[in-house]
Write a protein that binds this ligand. Structure first.
Ligand code: ATP
Length: 234
């Protein structure tokens, strides 16, 4: 479904991602794991069309994303839920969700999508008319994911959805991510907590200094000495 071939991207003189190659198949949940500053967020931003590629190629459903802007990439079925959530704090929950229906197909399906998002997040339905800025951190993360789902993506890019949340909120967010994946949306997840990422996802890529250094199915990575020592503290 998605393939990155030796992708490089950065900011000014800084090459934050030197060479990332990865593949995601339909229906999978795949994690990108690695230390702070390794280049995970930059990789997601490059896929979403928010950063130009310095080298390499990104192919989604057989089509190169080169030269497409973020809006055109959403149209193809790929939605990005950024780190830091980036909601509109003075707009209501419902208004924020409606802004997620960015494509003409998503706008046409808006009522059904809203009902699905509210079924997935009853907490958001209860707060439908509340300003997004007054929600708790966990509720804001639910809203950010809900807004991503309103685009009716086939592939959802999730950047650290559990960051800064209390343990109970983390658990409910990750359960929702699992449900969304089981219902058929393919997921690429950046997650700071490697154990949680490997509990949830089928496979993972380890990113270190802007390159993929290790990849494999969850069980193989859980057995890897490097992952155990560097990321699981074992
Ligand atoms: P984290 O878990 O801390 O978010 P990450 O693996 O997602 O880490 P990135 O956010 O991709 O890492 O950052 C990779 C490198 O790029 C870091 O050295 C970071 O300081 C730098 N960087 C990120 N965003 C910018 C920016 N907007 N301008 C300049 N440098 C940036």
């Amino acid at each position: 479904m998605l393939a990155l071939e030796s992708v490089a991207a950065g900011y000014g003189d800084l090459v934050a991602v030197r060479s990332v190659s990865l593949e995601i198949h339909p229906g999978e949940c795949v994690a990108l794991i690695g230390a702070n500053g390794a280049g995970k967020t930059t990789t997601l931003r490059a896929i979403a069309g928010l950063l130009p590629l310095r080298a390499g190629r990104i192919v989604f459903d057989g089509r190169s994303l080169g030269g497409l802007n973020a809006r055109q990439i959403v149209e193809l079925g790929l939605a990005h839920v950024p780190e830091g959530r980036q909601l509109f704090p003075s707009l209501t929950v419902r208004e924020n969700l409606e802004m997620g229906a960015r494509t003409s197909a998503a706008r046409a399906a808006r009522r059904g999508s809203l009902a699905e998002v509210f079924a997935l997040f009853p907490r958001l339905l209860e707060r439908e008319r509340q300003a997004a800025g007054t929600l708790s951190g966990g509720e804001q993360q639910m809203l950010a994911i809900g807004r991503g789902l309103m685009a009716r993506p086939r592939l959802l890019l999730l950047d650290e959805p559990s960051i800064g949340l209390a343990p109970l909120a983390v658990r409910s967010i990750l359960e929702i991510v699992e449900t969304v994946n089981r219902r058929g949306t393919t997921i690429l997840l950046v997650e700071q907590n490697v154990r949680r990422a490997l509990d949830l996802c089928h496979r993972a890529y380890v990113v270190e200094n802007g390159a993929v250094t290790l990849a494999g199915p969850r069980d193989a990575l859980l057995r890897s000495d490097h992952v155990r020592q560097a990321y699981l503290g074992l």
